[in-house]
Ligand binder design. Structure first.
Ligand code: B12
Length: 423
């Protein structure tokens, strides 16, 4: 359940006489909450009653099987995907009915084996790290990122709002692989038995996509796509990006982001991609918040409530990928406004192949908070303060989540060396 406090999960489990409790963690923050939930279940004495299944992007098998299984007094299992969830349910239910305790034993043995393997590799990794990098190795103040690339002139300073963006504009940038494979679960058969992924794309993916786009367009669901974005004067100071209140070095500071610096490789930090204050020049940074709007979230929810799960999965999956496409489209717009992709026809420094877009085959980059280079989700508040997204119906919750769900924010950098990296 999204944002469900453990007490309502337990109430529902009681009311529906659940056999197992499942929790899903999409954000890193949710991993902490899961741990607290398991502790709470221990202290309420319900651990023997409810085995727990955990999944979601924020979790790893090792975290669940090593760390969380230490916490929970009952059984806790990790499910990589919904199918592993079903297999686990079968095993748990069989054991519960006393049919096949062997399966349960097998599960335990496997978990134990993995735990031992993981601990071995952790010890090896630690030993390697200690040998390779003394803890107090000096971290240089700055990477070698060029500080003299020309600064593009923004078309305006401050923010603008665009509502009702036409779907034709951004669906061109839909990541089909992420939609078909990642969201809809389209997988080709291995070893020549059955259709390949490419064949499935032709026979199932694209026809279903076209039909769904038509349906959503006819039902008026897609016309609420909106963007708020803006260009802001800025400089860098060490690991900080300082947003100024006017394009003038003496202008008061408006807000400041502090980014982590790599401790290895090029020692990159997002701040390095902006002119340092000492250069005497003012740089430009763009911020965006895009949303597909509330109607597509409601549309998906109605399907879910009607138990039409296949349709729900398709609409929800398409909705979230359209959000990404919209963000990518607005990034293109920013590049064209900064004059390094020309106008609506993608030219100048932009690639012609859509797949290249997803590999950042263009100048600059769009970084979303919560990813490696800028992991701090609390910074979303600063972007919201700069852009005032309520103008497009988007609110930031206390858990640093944008509502509606089909929304995303980004920091857009023009520096040619700016590409994704981890810290
Ligand atoms: C698509 C996507 C989006 C979409 C939709 C998100 C959504 N709510 O669905 C959009 C573009 C809107 C988005 C936005 C953001 N995202 Co995003 N997003 C993803 C992405 C690429 C895929 C998630 C997804 O939909 N997967 C498909 C579903 C079906 O898979 P799943 O959730 O993993 O679930 C499967 C299994 O895990 C398992 N499972 C899951 N739970 C459970 C539970 C049980 C009991 C069982 C049995 C099984 C099970 O079964 C499922 C089916 O197989 C992930 C990265 C990734 N590869 O997972 C990042 C990711 C989740 N996003 C991330 C971030 C940071 C964001 C943003 C904060 C970025 C930003 N600054 O705007 C925003 C937040 C949105 C908001 N409203 O505020 C981070 C979160 C990490 C963190 N720091 O907390 C991730 C992990 C990417 C990363 N950094 O690596 N995102």
């Amino acid at each position: 359940g999204i944002k469900q406090p453990i007490s309502s999960i337990l109430d529902a489990a009681e009311e529906h006489r659940a056999d197992v409790i499942g929790m899903s963690g999409l954000l890193v923050k949710s991993t902490v909450i899961m741990k607290e939930n398991l502790e709470e279940m221990n202290s309420r004495g319900v651990s023997a009653r409810w085995p727990v299944l955990l999944g979601g992007a924020a979790l790893t098998r090792a975290y669940v099987e090593n760390d969380l299984s230490e916490v929970y007094l009952g059984d806790v299992h990790y499910a990589r995907d919904a199918f592993e969830g079903l297999r686990l349910m079968d095993a748990i239910m069989a054991a519960k009915r006393g049919e096949s305790p062997v399966v349960d034993e097998e599960l335990r043995a496997k978990a134990e084996e993995r735990r031992a393997r993981r601990q071995r590799s952790l010890r090896i990794a630690e030993a390697r790290k200690a040998a390779a990098e003394p803890e107090d190795a000096p971290v240089p103040a700055r990477s070698d990122v060029a500080t003299d690339v020309p600064i593009p002139a923004p078309p305006f300073w401050g923010t603008r709002v665009h509502r009702g963006i036409h779907s034709v504009a951004y669906t061109r940038l839909l990541d089909e692989r992420a939609t078909f494979m990642g969201q809809w679960g389209l997988r080709g058969a291995r070893g020549g038995k059955g259709p390949t992924y490419e064949e499935l794309v032709e026979t199932e993916g694209r026809p279903r996509l076209r039909a769904l786009m038509d349906r959503l367009t006819t039902d008026g669901v897609l016309k609420h796509a909106a963007v708020v974005y803006g260009y802001f004067p800025c400089v860098s100071e060490g690991d900080d990006l300082v947003v100024l209140s006017a394009p003038d070095l003496d202008a008061p500071e408006r807000t400041r982001f502090t980014f982590p610096r790599q401790r290895k490789e090029r020692r990159l930090c997002l701040a390095d991609f902006f002119r340092p204050r000492s250069s005497g020049e003012v740089d430009v940074v763009a911020f965006t918040i895009v949303t597909m709007g509330q109607p597509i979230a409601d549309y998906a929810q109605e399907l879910f409530n009607a138990n039409a799960y296949r349709d729900y999965l398709e609409v929800h999956g398409l909705g979230v990928q359209l959000t990404e496409a919209l963000a990518e489209y607005w990034h293109l717009r920013i590049r064209s406004e900064l004059k390094f992709a020309s106008g609506e026809s993608v030219a100048a420094e932009d690639p012609s192949d859509v797949e290249e877009f997803f590999k950042l085959g263009y100048r600059g980059a769009r970084f979303s908070l919560g990813y490696g280079a800028c992991p701090n989700l609390d910074d979303r508040e600063k972007i919201a303060a700069l852009l005032d997204p309520e103008r497009i119906g988007v609110k930031l919750s206390e858990e640093s989540q944008l509502h509606p769900e089909q929304s995303t924010d980004a920091i857009v950098l023009h520096h040619p060396e700016a590409k994704y990296f981890n810290t």
